[in-house]
Design a protein around this ligand. Structure first.
Ligand code: ATP
Length: 282
């Protein structure tokens, strides 16, 4: 692994969630080989890499939805987070996964309310913060206006925001997001990424987010982790990881990289045959 700069892996800060030397397999086929990741409070860590490189599997293992063959997942109060009771874990970590089944006959407000499940006792209602948390989660994701609609009648982007609201209502210190901008129009892509940044900056949430758009990763992340074939290729700041040579080799495609003089953000530009042809001088 190329450790390009002091990133979460070398940070002396205590991580809010850490995966260490994780090996992850489906049946007997190992797809993630010894990956380590530390999510730190107030920081956004983006996982990037080509299709099938193991991003979702790694994220799901951090959320305890994929049991590692070996390696550990730990929380500050639990060196072995896999041993925690489900509700104790769910009060600390939530995952917005890529796809979820859409239940019939359930309203948006109900679905967002499911996020409060870890705070509710079986026989008594003890969740005094619930209504406030649900209302706030719906407001920041822009779904308050559709609170009474059935989730089975929403568009893909609307539904994505409802699921995100459900995660936010869970009010955890660690938020794991698998491609949260998929299905969203441009405005909501930007709003969701702004929201992610606010959660880290203003509420100290540790965010781990899978992104395909490298420019979005550059814009939102404090740290970027590049995966290839289940191996962490590089980990560090956007400037250190989003390098033309590293990206071109990893994605098998020429990718030009520049720094925007106005924003200082790294910009990546994949160069296909058509782009290259158009760039030829007349
Ligand atoms: N349920 C499954 N059963 C068997 N193999 C799987 C399963 N899910 C994923 N894989 C395999 O595991 C590897 C990693 O997949 P994963 O979904 O973690 O990658 P990814 O980087 O998130 O991909 P993408 O960008 O396409 O979403 C791939 O080779 C994939 O084919």
């Amino acid at each position: 692994m190329k450790q390009t700069s002091p990133g979460p892996e070398t940070s002396s800060e205590h991580p809010s969630l850490a995966g260490t030397d994780l090996f992850l397999a489906y049946d007997r086929s190992t797809v993630v080989h010894g990956a380590s990741l530390r999510l730190v409070a107030g920081q956004v860590t983006a996982l990037i890499g080509p299709n099938g490189s193991g991003k979702s599997t790694l994220l799901r293992s951090l959320a305890r939805l994929h049991r590692p063959t070996s390696g550990t997942v730990s929380l500050p109060d639990a060196p072995d987070a896999l041993a925690l009771k489900p509700k104790d874990f769910a009060r600390q970590v939530t995952l917005l996964s890529q796809s979820r089944p859409t239940p019939n006959g359930v309203t948006v407000r109900d679905i967002v309310g499911y996020g409060r499940h870890p705070y509710q006792a079986r026989y008594r209602r003890t969740d005094a913060d619930g209504p406030r948390a649900v209302a706030h989660a719906m407001e920041v994701t822009g779904v308050t206006g559709m609170a009474d609609r059935g989730v089975d009648e929403l568009s893909g982007g609307e539904l994505q925001r409802v699921w995100l609201a459900t995660c936010l209502a869970q009010d955890t210190g660690v938020l794991l997001l698998d491609e949260p901008t998929t299905y969203l129009d441009l405005r909501y892509q930007v709003e969701i990424l702004d929201l992610v940044r606010d959660l880290a900056d203003d509420h100290g949430v540790a965010v781990g987010v899978v992104l395909h758009d490298l420019n979005q990763a550059a814009a939102v992340a404090d740290h970027v982790v590049l995966l290839r074939q289940g191996v962490v290729q590089a980990s560090g700041s956007a400037v250190d990881v989003l390098r033309a040579d590293l990206l071109s080799e990893t994605y098998g495609l020429r990718i030009d990289v520049s720094v925007d003089p106005l924003t200082g953000l790294v910009r990546t530009e994949p160069v296909g045959r058509h782009t290259a042809r158009r760039a030829q001088p007349a």
